[in-house]
Design a protein. Sequence first.
Lengths: 142, 142
Amino acid sequence: MDLDEVLKVLKARGLNLTPQRQEILRALLEGPPHQTAAEILQRVRRRFPSVSFDTVYRNLHLLQSLNLVSRTHFADGDTRYELCAGPEHHHHALCLGCGKAVDAAFCPMPYFRGLPDEEFTVTGHSFKLFGYCGNCRRGRGE
Amino acid sequence: MDLDEVLKVLKARGLNLTPQRQEILRALLEGPPHQTAAEILQRVRRRFPSVSFDTVYRNLHLLQSLNLVSRTHFADGDTRYELCAGPEHHHHALCLGCGKAVDAAFCPMPYFRGLPDEEFTVTGHSFKLFGYCGNCRRGRGE
DNA sequence: CTCCTGAATCGGAATGGTTCCAGTTTAGTA
DNA sequence: TACTAAACTGGAACCATTCCGATTCAGGAG
Ligand SMILES: [Mn+2]
Ligand SMILES: [Mn+2]
Ligand SMILES: [Zn+2]
Ligand SMILES: [Zn+2]
C-alpha cells in the first residue's frame, strides 16, 4: 500500500489532490498504525498548522467510503484509523492493560453458516478479542 | 431472569435496594430488549420523575460489573443495554436499514484456536453481523 | 422505633469527540 | 488567466456520558 497507489485511486474518482489530503495519507502511511483522529491531526499540523478537525474527519470518511481506510473502536473507547488495501480486512486483539492492539489473522466468517431461522442478508461483520498482552499480564497476578 | 433473582444477587453484595435501582431493573425486564440509556430513563421516570441520567448510568455500570447487564454498540452509533443471565452471552445481527437488532445464536469462539505467534491471554470477545433484514431488503433494490 | 452513616441520588454544569456551518481558498480544467 | 465545483478553515453546535457538591435515604445497631 503506497502513496502513489492511493493517489491513483483518488484521481480515478475525480477527487482533488489537495496538499492537506495528501498529508493525511502520509500521516497514515508513515505514522504508527491505529492512530486516532487527533493523533493524525497533530501529525498533519507539523507541515500544515492550520488544518482543522473537520478536514481530517472529512477525509477519513472519504477514504473509508473508498475502502482505503478502516475504523476500529478500541477498548478504551477511542476510535482509531488505519490504511487498508481495498476490500481486504483483518481483526484485532485489544489489550485491556495498555490499550495496544495486535492484528489478528483469525476471521470467524468462514465458520458462519447463516442465521438459522431469520431472514437477514449479511453484508459485513465485526470481530474483536479482548485480553492482556504479555507485558501487561506480567504486570498483574499470574 | 426474574426480578427477585437479580435482587438476591444485589443483596448478596451488600448493595442497597433503592426504588430507583429496582425501577431500572423493571425497565430492563418489562421494556423492549436493547434499550438506550435515554429510553430506560424515560421509562423509569414514569414512576420516578426526578431520576437523573447519572443514576441510570451508575446503575447500568454496576449491573454490567456484576454480569447482569450487557452493553452493545449498535450500527447507528448509539449504545443499548439488555439484561443477561450471568456469564452467558449472545451476539447480534444489526440491520443497516432500520437499525433493529436480531439476536444471533452463532458464536465464533469455539472455532478460535489462539493467536498464532503472539503471546496474548484472551478474556473476552465481541462479534457483530451487519446487513439488512427482510423488510429493509424489500425496501431497496433486489 | 429512632439514630447513624456510608451509599445512593439529584440537578446541573462540564467534557470531549464529532459534526455542522458560513465564509474563504484552491485544484483542476479550458 | 479565468471560472467553478470541491475542499478547507475556525469556531460554534451537538449530544451522550461523566463529574460534582449538596441532599436524601436504605439498612443496620441500639
Ligand atoms: Mn490493524
Ligand atoms: Mn440481544
Ligand atoms: Zn472478518
Ligand atoms: Zn461469543
